[in-house]
Design a protein around this ligand. Structure first.
Ligand code: NAP
Ligand code: SF4
Length: 669
């Protein structure tokens, strides 16, 4: 008997049976745009081999005007069909199933040619879309239908029609973006005409034996969004028009409520899918912040959905389903929902990867082949860089010893895990510990590795991390370091934080909270962010707005640069950190000169004027420097070593770079 009976149960769709209830949700990886289709195929083939029930590809543009950005991939030619064939063949070789997502971005398309129901600019795009006339609408429908028939020709098992997240079809549904008064606007039946017509005509074109998933927005999280009655009406109409399955969409891209970030509670939005399920006769898929088989199983066992969609977890671990089925769920590399190597990359025009799995989207280029010569490898430092090096080297067959002066593995990840909203880091530490154990890495914890300890090894890897930078402020012996604070040192009711980088923001978050973290209490989190019930208020934004608990402390977050603090935080998550602290009344100030820390507080100058911030505690978060003590000692002793992670370069170090560097080094040892 498996631990995950609901998750691993087959799903009969009539003409085809999916082998389990796991859908790999659509993600834009950027691989298609590289033109290397062998690489695209390798990415999807690895996930099919890992046992997922149904894969949905990244969004494919039905035409040029609907592409998310100029040059976005689509099925425009016979050559494109041949390229996609490589993908579907490789997936089918592994007994997998794959549907192609058709994504028309409408006014979210990043280009002057973008089209929409009405000429209403989105707050997240500089382009005013052209309002479509009747012929223009007919052209969009025809292009979507053509994309579906070409997908069928390319060997896909189905298509997903993207109708949520504020994209083209979603834009027709709400008055917020649809100001038309013709057949395609005005009354809801008219606003819903386009999505229903698209599904009807796609079904007519592809015949009965082809999966059509329709992604429907259950809660728009924008003003004037869909009402719940409209959602149900649309879901039924879409089912009647020929959809096979309904997938769940949560929030438009322009919504100012986080929906997938790490601080969103796990499975926070499944209650909406549960509410829709009894209203329709076709299977419904739930999604958002489901990242372990246990959470997915619980959702299915509670009857909230027929299937669970997970997207980023399949970047973190291609073998998610196979490991769950084999009783090895503890070996699944957990997606911590950080967005650092996936969505942040996508929005910076970089290829997607994954913080915990640098092989994601790099399957053909980064491989962990068995070592030709088994070596004795010493790794010093059990933070992310050192642990990843040790695990990959041991996986390849090397004999690895990992040293750390601390009594437990994890390094600075423990500090991250103590911050409210970053609880997912605990699972990451657990995974590293499990994998160190299962790959047979010998641990020497509580031991400061000296040069003499390292002389007998074939390879020495120094991953000793960082030390806090000394900001050299008069009176700083009165201050605490971020390490003291995150480890629980007493902090007064009024606090100044020196340094507004990633750690300064984390410390501020830590200090304004008390009691249970909202990430672990969905009701509290909904109240903090002003999420309501779409059955009560159209779009699901609470009429009262966000109502965060009072802050635990009065906090000033400071930096010397005369720019908005937090500008360098993650591209897709920085706004969340800034908004969360603003809600808690944190004063974020740039252009500050630090003069002294005195018994009256922190003396600063701004615009040439001195002032005293009347704080009880000052916390130093002024960045970090490489801890090179051991590396320098090894050099002096003539022992060659590989220096990685923060010990190599501390500037802008994060777990993503540390893990990637460790994995790549270990792949070469
Ligand atoms: P950081 O991001 O480089 O920030 C250092 C801060 O200290 C800056 O605000 C800087 O601003 C200030 N500073 C630098 N030198 C100073 C000096 N001599 N005196 C006073 N202030 C000084 O470093 P971090 O906050 O230590 O974070 C380390 C790394 O971890 C970063 O790369 C960060 O991205 C990553 N991290 C990321 C997250 C995340 O949420 N993604 C969370 C935690 C950490 P001024 O120079 O303008 O004063
Ligand atoms: Fe998940 Fe972060 Fe990896 Fe993206 S980079 S898949 S959010 S762990």
């Amino acid at each position: 008997m498996t631990t995950f009976p609901h998750l691993l149960a087959p799903l009969d769709l009539g003409h085809v049976t999916l082998k389990n209830r796991v859908l790999m949700g659509s993600m834009h990886t950027g691989l298609e745009e590289t033109g290397d289709w062998g690489r695209v195929a390798a990415f999807y083939a690895a996930r099919a081999a890992g046992g997922v029930g149904l894969i949905v590809t990244g969004g494919m543009a039905p035409n040029r005007e609907g592409g998310v950005f100029p040059g976005a991939a689509g099925l425009f030619s016979d050559a494109d069909i041949r390229n996609h064939r490589q993908v579907t063949d490789r997936v089918h070789d592994h007994d997998g199933r794959i549907a192609m997502q058709i994504l028309h971005a409408g006014r979210y398309a990043y280009g002057k040619e973008c089209v929409a129901p009405s000429a209403v600019k989105s707050p997240i795009s500089p382009f005013v879309p052209t309002a479509l006339d009747e012929a223009g609408i007919e052209k969009q429908i025809a292009d979507i239908v053509t994309a579906a028939t070409r997908a069928q020709e390319a060997g896909y098992d189905g298509v997903e029609i993207m109708g949520s997240e504020g994209y083209f079809l979603n834009q027709f549904l709400v008055r917020h973006t649809n100001r038309r008064e013709d057949l395609w606007g005005g009354a809801f039946e008219n606003r819903a005409r386009l999505p229903v017509e698209v599904v009807r005509r796609v079904r007519a074109a592809v015949g009965p034996e082809f999966i059509i998933i329709y992604r429907i927005s259950l809660i728009d999280l924008v003003p004037d969004g869909s009402t719940w009655d409209e959602v149900v009406w649309l879901a039924r109409a879409i089912a009647a028009a020929g959809a096979t399955i309904l997938n769940t969409g949560i929030g438009w891209h322009e919504a100012r409520v986080p929906t997938i970030a790490t601080s969103v509670p796990r499975a926070a939005f499944t209650w909406l899918t549960a509410r829709l399920r009894p209203e329709v006769s076709i299977p419904v898929i739930t999604s958002n912040r489901i990242n372990t088989p246990a959470v997915a199983e619980a959702v299915l066992a509670a009857g909230q959905a027929d299937m669970v969609s997970m997207a980023r977890p399949f970047l973190a671990d291609a073998d998610f389903v196979a490991k769950a089925a084999a009783g090895r769920a503890d070996e699944i590399a957990p997606c911590i929902a950080c967005n650092q190597a996936c969505l942040d990359h996508t929005f910076s025009g970089k290829l997607t990867s994954c913080l915990v799995n640098p092989r994601a989207c790099h399957e053909t280029e980064l491989t962990y082949a068995p070592a030709a010569v088994v070596k004795r490898v010493a790794v010093v430092g059990a933070g992310p860089a050192g642990m990843m090096t040790a695990i990959v080297a041991a996986t390849r067959g090397h004999d690895v010893t990992l040293f750390d002066r601390a009594a437990r593995v994890g390094g600075q990840l423990h500090l991250a895990a103590s911050v409210p909203g970053k609880e997912e880091f605990r699972g990451l530490i657990d995974w590293f510990a499990t994998m160190l154990d299962k790959t047979g890495v010998a641990l020497r914890l509580g031991q400061q590795a000296e040069v003499t300890d390292l002389s007998g090894f074939d390879e020495v890897v120094v991953a000793t991390g960082v030390v806090p930078r000394d900001p050299e402020i008069a009176g700083q012996d009165r201050a605490l370091s971020y390490i003291d604070v995150l480890k629980g040192a007493p902090v007064g009711p009024r606090v100044a934080i020196i340094g507004a980088g990633g750690i300064g923001f984390d410390v501020a978050e830590f200090l304004v909270h008390h009691g249970v973290s909202p990430t672990e209490d969905a009701a509290l989190w909904f109240r903090e962010w002003g999420v309501g019930d779409p059955a009560v208020v159209a779009g699901g934004l609470a009429a009262e707005g966000p109502r965060p608990d009072a802050p635990a402390r009065e906090v000033w977050l400071l930096q010397r640069k005369a720019e908005k603090p937090g500008r360098k935080l993650g591209k897709t998550t920085g706004w969340i950190h800034r908004a969360a602290l603003a809600m808690k009344g944190v004063r974020m100030l740039g252009g500050v000169t630090y003069k002294a820390i005195t018994e009256d507080g922190l003396v600063v100058a701004r615009d040439g004027v001195d002032e005293v911030l009347p704080v009880d505690t000052v916390v130093l978060c002024a960045g970090q420097l490489p801890d090179r003590g051991l590396a320098d000692a090894l050099t002096a002793a003539g022992i060659a070593a590989h220096v990685i992670g923060g010990a190599d370069v501390a500037a802008e170090l994060d777990a993503k770079r540390a893990i990637d560097q460790g994995a790549r080094l270990a792949a070469r040892l």
